[in-house]
Design a protein around this ligand. Structure first.
Ligand SMILES: O=c1nc2n(C[C@H](O)[C@H](O)[C@H](O)CO)c3cc(O)ccc3cc-2c(=O)[nH]1
Length: 321
């Protein structure tokens, strides 16, 4: 059985995984999920990226939105607002609340996040092994102007959802990452992988945060297997989301080639760019990363499965080289 490990953020990673599962139905897929977006609200622990993967692969996602539950209602949120209890800018629905209640209850009982995630996945049967990158608390903060001539750090969700990434991000800080340990199963999955895939997730706040957990980069390098990625940037703009805003914060231009160079040939063996960026292939290959231009728009599951097949065949090429 082919063992595929995918480092995933939320929407982009989850949608890619749906295609990968279709493209490689017999493979064992392990997902290392970003937990830097996690936030504590109303006494509950919310894990947006883990939940987005779980709901997307488990058939419970709000498809149009890409996050949260289908057929959602917002009674609890409205009741909280009636008490003047916020934040109102973060849309937690009633069905979604149940997930956070179960999670928080289990964490309170002493289970680590990895065990809680496994328990939640027993309901959703995502068809992959979903592991948080770490059981430790890591919280991505973004440094923005404070409006009084200074700067302040805000939680990633405040930057992303409340501020809509519309203000300049001066720095992105994965707070706590330097003290975090990989969750159980993460290093084993990397060590026994046949291929490691970076889906078109955010290179800074999703994959970058996962790579900030000590031991992860080494685990990937030591695996000695092809590491292939798919560009989240098409034609100099993010496919969706606001990846360009946080790329600017780390000084990386918003181009498919620059993202590959940001990961670097020490980490990445192969890179897929969209056909619109075919002229980037030469620059990426000049940096020692095998590169192909293929359609990268995840318009539907067939198109996404085709992308996943291209990634796996690029990995084969890397291995044969
Ligand atoms: O744009 C939004 N994204 C929301 N997201 C998505 C999330 O903010 C980000 O897209 C990810 O963290 C980035 O991967 C949610 C995800 C959840 O799992 C639960 C609740 C939310 C709520 C919002 C929201 O109100 N607005």
């Amino acid at each position: 059985m082919q063992r595929i490990v995918v480092l995933s953020g939320g929407i982009g990673g989850a949608r890619f995984l749906r295609g990968l599962r279709r493209a490689a139905p017999d493979a064992g897929i392990t997902v290392i999920g970003n937990t830097g977006d996690d936030i504590h609200l109303f006494g509950l622990k919310v894990c947006p990226d883990l939940d987005t993967v779980m709901y997307t692969l488990g058939g419970g996602i709000h498809d149009g939105q890409g996050w949260g539950r289908a057929d959602e209602t917002f009674t609890v949120k409205e009741e909280l607002a009636a008490y003047g209890v916020g934040p109102e800018w973060f849309g937690l629905g009633d069905r979604d609340f149940a997930t956070h209640i179960v999670r928080t209850q289990m964490l309170g009982a002493g289970y680590p996040l990895s065990a809680v995630t496994e328990a939640l996945c027993r309901r959703w049967e995502p068809g992959v092994t979903l592991l948080p990158m770490t059981d430790d608390r890591v919280e991505t903060h973004v440094v923005v102007d404070d409006g009084e001539g200074g700067r302040k750090a805000v939680h990633f969700q405040e930057y992303w959802v409340r501020l809509r990434a519309a203000v300049p991000a001066h720095a992105v800080l994965p707070v706590g990452a330097d003290q975090a340990a990989p969750a159980p199963g993460v290093l084993d999955a990397l060590a026994t992988a046949d291929v490691i895939v970076f889906p078109p997730s955010n290179p800074v706040v999703s994959i970058g945060t996962i790579l900030a957990v000590p031991g992860l980069r080494e685990g990937i390098a030591d695996a000695g297997v092809p590491v292939v990625g798919l560009s989240p940037i098409i034609g100099d703009a993010p496919v969706r989301g606001m990846a360009d805003k946080v790329l600017a914060a780390v000084g990386v231009p918003s181009t498919a080639a620059a993202v590959a160079q940001h990961y670097g040939s020490g980490l990445l063996d192969g890179w897929l760019v969209d056909t619109a960026d075919a002229d980037a292939v030469g620059a990426v290959e000049a940096d020692g990363i095998r590169c192909r231009a293929v359609p990268l728009l995840m318009t539907d599951i067939d198109a996404t499965a085709a992308m996943a097949r291209e990634a796996l065949s690029l990995a084969e090429e890397v291995k044969a080289a």
